[in-house]
Design a binder for this molecule. Structure first.
Ligand code: AHG
Ligand code: MN
Ligand code: MN
Length: 334
C-alpha cells in the first residue's frame, strides 16, 4: 500500500483481505470519518464562531458540559443515525441509549462514543478528540436496549479515536493491527500516514494525575514512587512524566513512543471505581493498545474481559508499554 492510501480504500482493501462483506462496516467508518471531519472543523473554529465556552448543563456523570460537548454529540448523532448502518448508539453525553428514528432504516452495528474527549482542554487550546467502539447488534434484535450493549471489549468489531491536535488524526483497529491516518484538509480525506503502529515494550515515561496521589492504592503508590526515584530507588533508569488530561493525546503518545498511562482506582469521593468510562474510553483504547502490542488492565483484570454493568460504568485504567504495565499488575498481585 502506498503512502497515499485513503481511509475508504484502506477499509475496503482490509475487508477484502479478510473476506468479510465490504459494505456495512466500511460505510459506517465513512460516516464516522465524516462526523470527525466536521468536529475537527468546529473545534478549530470554536473561538471564531463563539462555541468554545461552558454550557449551563451537566451530563449523566454530573460533569459540567462544555458547549462543544453538546454540539459534537449532535454532530455524531446527526451523521450516524440516518445511514442505515447502526441499530442504536450510546454517548457519554446522553443517559439513555440513542435509538434510530422509527422512519429510518436500521443496521447491524451498535456504537458507543465519547464525542469530545478532554473537553476541559478546549479553553486552553490543547488537543481534544473523539473515541468510538463498534459492536455487533445481537441477531434478531430490532429495538436494542442497554443489555445489548453489555458485551465484553473482546467483542468489538472496530475501535478508534480521532485527535484534534496540531494535525487531525484518526487511529483505527479492526483487529488486524493499528493504523493512523492524517486528515488532509485540502482534499478532505484521511490519508494513511502511520501504518502498523506498535508500542515499544519498554519505556521510561509515565502519565498520571499526581494531584490524586493521596487517594491511590499501595501498588500504584509503590510504582510511581519507584519511577520518581529512578536509578536512586532501584530502577535501572530515570523516568520522565507527562499529563495532558486528554486520554486521546496520551494514548497517541503511547502509540508513538511508548509510555505508561494510569487513571487508577482511588478513594477520591468523586471518582470511586475509576474515572474513565468503560464503553467509550477504556474498552476502545484497550483494543487499540493490545493490537499495537501493549497491555491494558485495571491492575487486577484485563479491560477487554470486563462484562459491562452499564453503558456509563467507570473503570480504573492502566495501559501502555507491555513490560511496565505487567510490572504494575504484578504489584497488584503481591
Ligand atoms: P472527558 O473530557 O470526555 O470527560 O474525558 C476526560 C478524561 C480523559 O480524557 C483524561 O485522561 C481525564 O479525564 C483527565 O482527568 P483529570 O482532569 O482528573 O486529570
Ligand atoms: Mn473522555
Ligand atoms: Mn467527553
Amino acid at each position: 500500500m502506498n503512502s497515499h492510501t485513503n481511509l475508504t480504500q484502506f477499509i475496503i482493501e482490509q475487508q477484502r483481505a479478510n473476506s468479510q462483506s465490504t459494505d456495512d462496516l466500511s460505510g459506517l467508518m465513512n460516516d464516522i470519518a465524516s462526523a470527525c471531519k466536521k468536529i475537527s472543523h468546529l473545534v478549530n473554529r470554536s473561538g471564531i464562531i463563539g462555541i468554545g465556552g461552558a454550557a449551563e448543563s451537566e451530563n449523566v456523570q454530573g460533569e459540567v458540559q462544555k458547549e462543544l460537548d453538546i454540539i459534537t454529540n449532535d454532530v455524531m448523532v446527526d451523521h450516524l443515525n440516518w445511514t442505515g448502518h447502526l441499530a442504536a448508539m450510546a454517548s457519554e453525553e446522553i443517559e439513555e441509549i440513542i435509538q434510530i428514528p422509527a422512519h429510518l432504516p436500521k443496521g447491524k452495528y451498535l456504537i458507543s462514543f465519547d464525542p469530545l474527549d478532554g473537553s476541559s482542554n478546549i479553553d486552553i487550546n490543547l488537543s481534544v478528540g473523539t473515541i468510538f467502539s463498534i459492536l455487533r447488534c445481537p441477531e434478531g434484535t430490532t429495538e436494542p436496549t442497554v443489555e445489548d450493549f453489555k458485551q465484553k471489549g473482546t467483542e468489538q468489531v472496530c475501535a478508534g479515536f480521532c485527535v484534534y491536535g496540531p494535525t487531525t488524526m484518526m487511529i483505527l483497529t479492526t483487529g488486524n493491527g493499528v493504523d493512523g491516518f492524517t486528515l488532509d484538509h485540502d482534499v478532505g480525506e484521511f490519508i494513511l500516514t502511520h501504518p502498523k503502529m506498535t508500542i515499544p515494550e519498554d519505556t521510561a515515561e509515565f502519565a498520571i494525575n499526581m494531584s490524586n496521589q493521596r487517594f491511590w492504592e499501595p501498588p500504584v503508590q509503590r510504582y510511581i514512587d519507584e519511577c520518581i526515584k529512578g536509578v536512586d530507588g532501584g530502577r535501572e533508569k530515570n523516568f520522565n512524566m507527562r499529563w495532558v488530561a486528554s486520554m486521546v493525546a496520551e494514548v497517541y503518545r503511547v502509540l508513538t513512543r511508548g509510555g505508561v498511562f494510569l487513571y487508577p482506582l482511588d478513594n477520591k469521593p468523586t471518582t470511586q471505581g475509576g474515572k474513565l468510562r468503560l464503553m467509550y474510553e477504556a474498552s476502545p483504547m484497550a483494543f487499540i493498545v493490545e493490537q499495537a502490542g501493549g497491555v491494558c488492565s485495571t491492575g487486577r483484570e484485563r479491560i477487554l474481559d470486563i462484562i459491562p454493568e452499564g453503558v456509563h460504568q467507570r473503570v480504573p485504567v492502566i495501559l501502555g508499554s507491555k513490560n511496565e504495565v505487567e510490572r504494575i499488575i504484578s504489584y497488584h498481585q503481591e
